[in-house]
Write a protein that binds this ligand. Structure first.
Ligand code: HEM
Length: 159
């Protein structure tokens, strides 16, 4: 069997073993796109946009940032909401029963991931739609760190 065929076949077997409906796969995909849009903005903002003031005059940097942020505000907060709602759906399908020996490693890490994701969601919703500013960490660094942790947990929980 060629390597590529082997990879395709083994992945198909894994997907079938998981036994999830196709709706799950579609929602999972939407979750990933939402996480990419939301997380992608936080990476761009923290790694690159925050450095604009190094090359531009303060008012130019402010103008340049606003030119980007007016589009960000239309797309990124809804992407966060989509990520959280799809996450809740995924959670209810994969968390499973808690056995007599307590939670599995997967269940513990998924719970931490879901808690952090919900926190980000509630924090973002309050800030953007209810205009309630978080009492802690006003910058985008805090959500950036949380997203890095959430993405790591989303992979480590399967190990
Ligand atoms: C900003 C918030 C969030 C981000 C950035 C995020 C990101 C991710 C990523 C990158 C994956 C991995 C997908 C893959 O490897 O295929 C994932 C999976 C998952 N997420 Fe989230 N997530 C967030 C919020 C949530 C919330 C709030 C919940 C639940 C309440 C949740 C539940 C899940 C579940 C259950 C999976 C596993 C799906 C599976 O393996 O079948 N997520 N998430």
């Amino acid at each position: 069997m060629t390597k590529i065929k082997y990879i395709l076949v083994s992945h198909a077997i894994i997907a079938r073993k998981k036994g999830v409906p196709i709706t799950y796969t579609i929602i999972h995909l939407i979750h990933l796109y939402g996480a990419f849009i939301y997380g992608g903005f936080l990476f761009t903002d923290n790694l690159f946009m925050s450095k604009m003031a190094q090359s531009l005059a303060p008012e130019e940097a402010q103008k340049a940032r606003e030119a980007i942020m007016k589009h960000v505000r239309k797309v990124v907060p809804p992407a966060l909401i989509v990520t959280v709602l799809t996450g809740i759906y995924l959670f209810t399908h994969v968390f499973g029963e808690i056995g007599p020996d307590g939670m599995t490693r997967f269940q513990i890490l998924l719970s931490i991931k879901a808690f952090l994701g919900l926190w980000l969601g509630i924090r973002g919703f309050n800030q953007v739609y209810l205009k309630i500013d978080p009492f802690l960490f006003k910058s985008h660094r805090f959500p950036f760190v949380l997203v890095i942790i959430i993405i790591a947990l989303s992979q480590l929980m399967h190990v």
